[in-house]
Every structure is written in structure tokens, then in C-alpha cells.
Ligand binder design. Structure first.
Ligand code: CP3
Length: 344
């Protein structure tokens, strides 16, 4: 497993093809996923069901041939065990309650002990590892800022008003919440590594809404602490750090002790690699899978060529695959990356 192209690319070693996995690769674009999901109860029920979550995790390996599996779960799985209820309301996205508003509310939040409070995640990982011996399994967690944005807002937001206002106006509340979330994320990721995941991705999906100054002062130190704690314990497990629309933060994030920085499609790879000394992951526009095949080929060629200049390159979309994507296009993408990655 140590010599798998994804792990080699993460470490900056050359391999004979460009490996690919796709964010949200186990999702609604797959008919089989929709069928399993329809019979599983709620989405969170599916995340808590090891047998079904393991089955769903492995679907894209068989259906589209990606080089790695990513644990089927959600960034809200540990949040629920902090004492916050999560509902997915049609048309509204996730709804979290109660909404955290005071220091006392933060103090009431629990830090889940994964072995005791999240045994189904550990069991899911163990089940996947039994059935997936030739490719890596990716574990993941949301990062404190992205999690805090939902916890303070009570759901999705366009302007991140609650998170930013709390960060500026209530520094004590902010620090207590971010510190607690850092502890939750660290324990959660360590438990995933101990259960058998081969690499991890930290989703700080929404960090790009912050100015560099706010990110550096109010967010970066918490993520840095998480990364360092994991590194200290498991120096061999590669870490990917990802966020959307965050090229203005690359210089700061390059100081994280991670192996790979995930890029969205707006980010130019050539100018990125001048700013960072990490491997890269990405960064085809998810909407490119709605283009004609010849356009997909052209776009893949460009990403692969640019990726060759980086220390290492794991191909991915720049963000999650869209639910309306035709699965044959996703399969075509994987085949194209494998073919082009060998020849370029
Ligand atoms: O990548 C994978 O395939 C692994 C599984 C995964 C899911 N969510 C499954 C999921 C991962 C890694 C996530 C991460 C996640 N979840 C993030 C960060 C990644 C990103 O998108 O930047 C965030 C912000 C969430 C929170 C979340 N979960 C949202 C906003 C939604 C969409 C709500 C909606 O109404 O569609 C979800 C639901 C979700 N997570 C689905 C899946 C497959 C769809 C649920 C369904 O089947 O109906």
C-alpha cells in the first residue's frame, strides 16, 4: 500500500500514472447510491450504518474505477455527538439546532470520544479495509472554521455573518469554540488513522470567504495545531488540506505541515506551485463533466500537464461532483486521466 501512486504523489515521489479520486464520489449521481439511500432512512442514518456506509464507500471503485475510496460519512457526524441536532431539510440544506450563541452554549458542547461515541465510524473503516486491499482509503474531517460556520449560523450561509461577527466581536466565545472543535477534529482524525485509513483530508471548504489577515489571525492557528498533533503521533500518514476559492491563502497554508494542498478550478496550478512546496490535488471544474468528451480530454490534458510541474499531483475535481453528472462521464474522466497521465 505504501507504494500506491496516491501515497507516492502525496509524498512527492514519481509514479507511472496520475492517480485520481473525486470529491463526493459516493453520491447522488450514482443510481445505486440513490437506491441504497432511499432504503436507509435519513442521510445521517446512512452515515451511522457501517454495513451500508461501507457498501456506498466502495461503489465508485467498482462503478467508475477511481484509485482511492473516501470514507462515506459527513462533516456533521462528529458534530451531532457534540450535542447538536442535524436535519437535512429539502431546499434548505443542513439545519443545526440548537444554534450556539453564548460561551455557556460552547461549554455545554461535548467532545466526543470516538471509540465510545462514534463506534460506527470505526466499524465502517474496518469493514472497508477488509474489502479494499489494493487501494488507499481516505479519512476526513471538516476543519474548525467550516464546522463553526454551520454551528454559529444554524445552517448554510452565503455571507458567513454569524461566524465573522463572532470572530470579531466575541473573541472569548470564538476561541473557546475553535479550541473545542480542534480537540474534536484531532481525536476524530486520530481514531480514523488508528482504525486503518491510509491518508486524511481536512475540509476547510469555506475558509476562502475570509481575508488573509482574518484567516491568519483567527483560523490558521487552530488548523495548524490539529495538523501538528496528528503529525506528531502519525508522521507517516499523508494529510491533504482543501478549501474552495482560497488561492489568496496559499502562502499562509503552505506553512501547514501537510503533504498536499487541494485546489479548486479557479486556481491556476502554474502560479500556485511558485507559492507552495507541497503536492497538489485537483482541479478540474466539476461542470466540465457536462462538456463534450473532446473538451473533457482537452481540459484533463491541461490539468495533467500543469500538474507535472508540481512536487506531486493527485487528480480530482476542484470541488464535489454534481448530483446531475452522468456516471458514464465520471468513468470517462477516470479513464482519460489514466491514459493521458501515462503519456504526457
Ligand atoms: O466525498 C465523498 O464522497 C465522501 C462523503 C462526503 C459527504 N460529505 C457525503 C454527503 C464528504 C467528504 C462530505 C463533506 C462535507 N459535508 C462538506 C465538505 C466538503 C465540501 O463540499 O466542501 C460539507 C460542507 C458537508 C455538509 C453537507 N453535507 C452539505 C452542505 C450537504 C448537502 C445538503 C443537501 O441538501 O444536498 C451534505 C449532504 C451530503 N453529504 C450528501 C452526501 C453524499 C448528500 C446527501 C443525500 O444523499 O441526500
Amino acid at each position: 500500500m505504501k507504494d500506491h501512486p496516491i501515497l507516492k504523489a502525496a509524498r512527492g515521489e514519481k509514479s507511472d500514472y496520475v492517480p485520481i479520486w473525486i470529491m463526493r464520489q459516493a453520491g447522488r449521481y450514482s443510481a445505486k447510491y440513490r437506491e441504497i439511500r432511499a432504503n436507509a432512512g435519513s442521510f445521517m442514518d446512512l452515515c451511522r450504518n457501517p454495513k451500508l456506509a461501507a457498501e456506498v464507500t466502495l461503489l465508485p471503485i467498482h462503478e467508475i474505477g477511481v484509485d482511492a475510496a473516501i470514507l462515506f460519512s459527513d462533516i456533521f457526524v462528529p458534530v451531532e455527538k457534540m450535542g447538536i441536532n442535524i436535519d437535512f431539510v429539502s431546499g434548505k440544506g443542513p439545519v443545526l439546532s440548537p444554534v450556539v450563541k453564548t460561551v455557556d452554549d460552547v461549554e455545554a458542547l461535548k467532545v466526543p470520544e470516538p471509540e465510545k461515541d462514534l463506534p460506527y465510524v470505526i466499524e465502517t473503516i474496518q469493514l472497508i479495509k477488509k474489502n479494499l486491499t489494493d487501494r488507499p482509503l481516505i479519512g476526513f474531517s471538516g476543519a474548525p472554521f467550516t464546522l463553526a460556520s454551520y454551528i454559529l449560523e444554524g445552517g448554510s450561509t452565503k455571507d458567513y455573518l454569524a461566524a465573522k461577527a463572532t470572530m470579531w466581536n466575541s473573541p472569548e466565545l470564538w476561541d473557546k469554540l475553535m479550541t473545542k472543535l480542534s480537540e474534536v477534529v484531532t481525536k476524530y482524525l486520530i481514531s480514523q488513522i488508528e482504525a486503518g485509513v491510509d491518508l486524511i483530508q481536512i475540509f476547510d471548504s469555506w475558509m476562502g470567504v475570509l481575508s488573509a489577515e482574518d484567516y491568519e489571525n483567527h483560523v490558521f492557528p487552530y488548523t495548524e495545531k490539529i495538523v501538528n498533533s496528528i503529525r506528531e503521533k502519525y508522521p507517516e500518514t499523508p494529510i491533504i488540506h482543501f478549501g474552495v476559492n482560497s488561492s489568496h491563502l496559499l502562502g499562509i497554508n503552505n506553512r501547514l505541515n501537510v503533504d498536499v494542498i487541494g485546489l479548486d478550478w479557479r486556481t491556476d496550478i502554474s502560479s500556485t506551485i511558485e507559492k507552495i512546496d507541497k503536492s497538489i490535488q485537483g482541479n478540474l471544474d466539476p461542470v466540465a463533466l457536462f462538456a463534450d468528451d473532446r473538451i473533457i480530454v482537452e481540459k484533463v490534458e491541461r490539468v495533467v500537464m500543469e500538474g507535472k510541474k508540481a512536487r506531486g499531483h493527485i487528480f480530482n475535481l476542484g470541488h464535489g461532483i454534481l448530483p446531475k453528472t452522468d456516471p458514464t462521464k465520471a468513468k470517462f474522466l477516470v479513464e482519460t486521466v489514466h491514459k493521458i497521465g501515462k503519456t504526457v
